[in-house]
Design a protein around this ligand. Sequence first.
Ligand code: M6R
Length: 366
Amino acid sequence: ELGPYAHFMQKEIHEQPRALTDTLEAIIDDNAFSPALFGAEAATVFNEVDSILILAAGTSYYAGLTAKYWLEGIAQLPTSVEIASEYRYRKSVPNPRQLIITISQSGETLDTMEALKHAKSLGQHLTLAICNVQESAIPRASRLVLYTRAGAEIGVASTKAFTTQLVALFTLAATFAKQRGLLSQQEEQAYIDELRHLPGSVQYALNLEPQIREWAKAFSNKYHALFLGRGMHYPIALEGALKLKEISYIHAEAYPAGELKHGPLALVDKNMPVVVIAPNDALLEKVKSNMQEVSARGGELFVFADADSNFTASEGVHVIRTPRHVGVLSPILHTIPVQLLAYHAALLKGTDVDKPRNLAKSVTVE
Ligand code: M6R
């Protein structure tokens, strides 16, 4: 069942080109973004929507944080993202025109299910589930559904579920943009082309595994690590830190790189490796100056940089080149190296990668 792989996690990381291709099949075949993908009622429901609230837990929450950049940036829909277990226990201001999006790999996470019920009890009835398991509890309780087609995910650490959630959410943002008259036909075609090329770029990133395995040696004997990203790559830094914590038990934190000087810079020394997600986007120069702040304090940097940026390695600065910048889909691509880094650090530590201590695949208790 594992084929050439040592663990389900490794297998599932490598299945991502296929999982993305399957999830994108309908869009690529239609060569268009269409509300029908989200259910028969979707075109009507989407017309009522004036804003979005995303509710989820763990890695699925980070998918939501990433989606906010797309939903606001492309579709101009005000979007809030909240941890499901927080939302259900506070007084919020219900808005019946707000679309409640739940994101869940399993579709059975109790916190997310209860948050959805709470939203509905407040009169919020525009609901959409992004889910990987057919006919599970959360999609059954939602009006609209988009199923990701990652296939069964067995490793406790979510990998292919996350990247397929991201393409589903990007598709949603593009669909809204189109319906709201914000996407020209040319732009629609350009996005679909980018989606079509994504699985190939992901495969390229997977081929970096031998280099990333080498880097993992610098993490497996450390107690702490810091992950930095900016803009839509900040949630990917969060995801990288969660993966490392969850399976290697190394304490890891993520920060938006611009926040360094507001506190975490005090932690930086040679014993805390700093991972930087540094795509070749509008924020690259800002990220570079944040990196200098780390270097000046003796911190060791491990940089994932796009092939088309002019990064060079130097003393204390290690660089791995990811594929050339893939524009607005870049967070999906930059997820692959942080998954592999966590996996190989855990292997070196000898932890139970597929079943980390104290954790369950599907959290159906509070
Ligand atoms: O099945 P869900 O997507 O609702 O699960 C949510 C979290 O429990 C899950 O993403 C968890 O954080 C993963 N183990 C992270 O790798």
